[in-house]
Design a protein around this ligand. Structure first.
Ligand SMILES: *Cc1c(COP(=O)(O)O)cnc(C)c1O
Length: 467
């Protein structure tokens, strides 16, 4: 299990990925003339239609290469729309403080002015603050960027009202669809009141993205925004997006290209196509339900050990949950890093830490994990809580303990004298499953802040290249 929150990390099935290796997809140049890419055209049209149905939108552009690029493209679409109505002065973008950092960055890149909207203690958008800011900037309001479910892992109950407030002041609603894994088959951004939404195909739709690999961030738009979708010089006057029908769009209103290639990183679209085709409507809906169930299962099993920071009114979370570790700093001088690194000793990838709230960890199990794996993960975190309790009670040393020294490499366990007050077994085999299948970390702890701030130059001499 890779318990990252926010950046959905789900199963990337082999069958989804095999077509990437077919030369009919993998060896076609992005600028090949459309007459040579007939199969691709069918795939684009089908995928656009499916994504339009999933999001409840009338048009889709497959051009943006990442969620952040989708944000940029979507905000440009909104800008063009205002301009077409003679309202090019609309340049204020409302963004809740819980938003992903790419939201304000994209708004600024589009020449917009960011106005922050507060969140209440439950993590929801403070609707009174939203109303006040929308009122204050009514004349210049261009857009609201809102993530649903929120980055706090909660289905915001006021979402429809939020969209209505923005519309009533002439603004457009940009929905950040990175959390679409909690919506597919159950509800749709277009029905909720959004005008534009990006999808992270490398999150919800199974394109692998570990280590910053290629992504795709198509946008869906409501009918009135179709004329403003990105164009591309190589495609000429092609009508963009599903349902654009007969409408002829003056070239001056078209956006230019937002990516180098007309359909972005087209070759990896086959992964999402395969996922949707194989899951079908019922399968996709079931996946969403299981993803939400899994997150709530983890939240419930762990809440007695680590408080769950935000929940909805009914006591439930959406597709991810934030575990609050801040009190452990006081009680045992334990930081989130210590827990994240100790999880490696238990055989788990470290979770998302300190995002969107400092001192917390965020876990999004997705539908891909079995109950057995979810339990193993919970068991690990519960066992770590017990290790922390031993520090709190003074049974374990405050400085020299299994958490502060984690992760334990083979080298640290085998070579030299063992001087720690705990045993090698406790260090390396903290849970029964680690004896059957042990992940050995290659490196131990480094001072993360020091490493981030002190770059080491590895400039090789020229003779290293001559060899
Ligand atoms: C991942 C994410 C983004 C950015 O998407 P990229 O594809 O990484 O550019 C934006 N908003 C939220 C909420 C995200 O989780």
């Amino acid at each position: 299990m890779i318990p990252l929150g926010s950046c959905t990390m789900k199963l990337n099935a082999t069958s989804e990925m095999i077509p990437v290796t077919w030369e009919e997809f993998g060896k076609i140049h992005p600028f090949a003339p459309p007459s040579q890419t007939r199969g691709y055209q069918i795939l684009f049209q089908q995928l656009e239609a499916w994504l339009a149905e999933i999001t409840g939108f009338a048009g889709v552009s497959l051009q943006p290469n990442a969620g952040s690029q989708g944000e940029y493209a979507g905000l440009l679409v909104i800008r063009q729309y205002h301009e077409s109505r003679g309202e090019s002065h609309r340049n204020v973008c409302l963004i809740p403080t819980s938003a992903h950092g790419t939201n304000p960055a994209s708004a600024v890149m589009c020449g917009m002015k960011v106005v922050a909207v507060a969140c209440d203690t439950e993590g929801n958008i403070d609707i009174d603050d939203l109303k006040a800011k929308a009122e204050k900037h009514s004349h210049e309001l261009a857009a609201l960027m809102v993530t649903y479910p929120s980055t706090h892992g909660v289905f915001e109950e006021g979402i429809e009202e939020i969209c209505a407030v923005v519309h009533s002041h002439g603004g457009q609603v940009y929905m950040d669809g990175a959390n679409m894994n909690a919506q597919v088959g159950i509800c749709r951004p277009g029905d909720i009141g959004a005008d534009v939404c990006h999808l992270n195909l490398h999150k919800t739709f199974c394109i692998p993205h570990g280590g910053g690999g290629p992504g795709m961030g198509p946008i869906g738009v409501a009918a009135h925004l179709i004329p403003f979708l990105p164009g591309h010089p190589l495609i000429g006057s092609r009508e963009w997006g599903v349902g654009s029908g007969e409408k002829k769009i003056p070239d001056s209103q078209h956006l230019g290209a937002v990516a180098a290639a007309p359909w972005g990183s087209a070759s990896i679209l086959v992964i999402s196509w395969m996922y949707i085709a194989m899951m079908g409507a019922a399968g996709l809906t079931e996946a969403t339900k299981v993803a939400i169930l899994n997150a709530n299962y983890i939240a419930k099993r762990l809440e007695a050990y680590y408080p769950v920071l935000y929940k909805g009114k009914n006591g439930l979370v959406a597709h991810e949950c934030i575990l609050d570790l801040r009190s452990l700093k006081k009680s045992a001088n334990i930081e989130i890093d210590d827990v994240a690194k100790r999880l490696i000793d238990y055989g788990f990838h470290a979770p998302t830490v300190s995002w969107p709230v400092a001192g917390t960890i965020m876990v999004e199990p997705t539908e891909s994990e079995s109950k057995e794996e979810l339990d193993r993960f919970c068991d690990a975190l519960i066992a770590i809580r017990q290790e922390i309790a031993e520090i709190e009670s003074g049974k374990a040393d405050a400085e020299d303990n299994v958490l502060k020294n984690a992760p334990h490499t083979t080298e640290s366990l085998i070579t030299g004298e063992w001087t720690h007050p705990y045993s090698r077994e406790q260090a390396a085999y903290p849970a029964p499953w680690t004896r059957e299948h042990k992940f050995w970390p290659a490196v131990g702890r480094i001072d993360a802040a020091f490493g981030d701030r002190n770059f080491v130059c590895s400039c090789l001499p020229m003779d290293a290249y001559s060899a």
